[in-house]
Design a protein around this ligand. Sequence first.
Ligand code: MTE
Ligand code: MO
Length: 196
Amino acid sequence: MRRIVSPINSRTDRLPPGQHWTSKLHILGISDPPDIDLSSYRLKIFGEVEEPVVLTWDDILELEKVELIADFHCVTRWSYPDVEWIGFHVDEIKKLVNIKDTAKAVMIHSLDGYTTNIPLEYFFDEDVIFAYKLFGKPLPADHGYPLRLIVPKLYSWKSAKFVSGIEFMPENRPGFWEQRGYHILGDPWREQRYSV
Ligand SMILES: Nc1nc2c(c(=O)[nH]1)N[C@H]1C(S)=C(S)[C@@H](COP(=O)(O)O)O[C@H]1N2
Ligand SMILES: [Mo]
């Protein structure tokens, strides 16, 4: 299996400003985890693509597996080092759909009603994966079962849990927290916590 260590882990300023290391991977969510039935679970890829695609759970397991090691930085100031995820790399999506030139950003849709937006240059990055395992075990319900996005270079509100949709958008529209005052991008090293 291909193994990616996020380049954020070897930065000389590895801990972003205003963050502290914690020994617990805390659970943060807008509601309890949704009930999931893998046989009816679907991942939809739509928006600025030539043909939308709907993947079943079996389709997802057939995508090339990759391991990612990356620190996790929550905007509420805790950071957890060296989290181990397994899933598929975002480049797999380019093999499944033809993304139109008009696409500028993605909106990730989740089964709890959560959404978050990411510009394409941050989404299609070397260390961005969709994960279904955490520290070698199936993703626990609280941490995003069955599938979550991991974007190590941005605050972890961008790492959407319970993902059910990837929407390619012609402009960068704000998601759930971005509409409620969080920064439109969320780079921890520039302390982009809030939009005010
Ligand atoms: N679907 C969904 N994804 C989400 C959230 C959420 O409420 N719903 N919270 C975000 C926030 S604010 C953080 S800090 C991380 C927390 O991930 P964890 O609970 O696995 O530590 O998930 C992010 N992804
Ligand atoms: Mo968060």
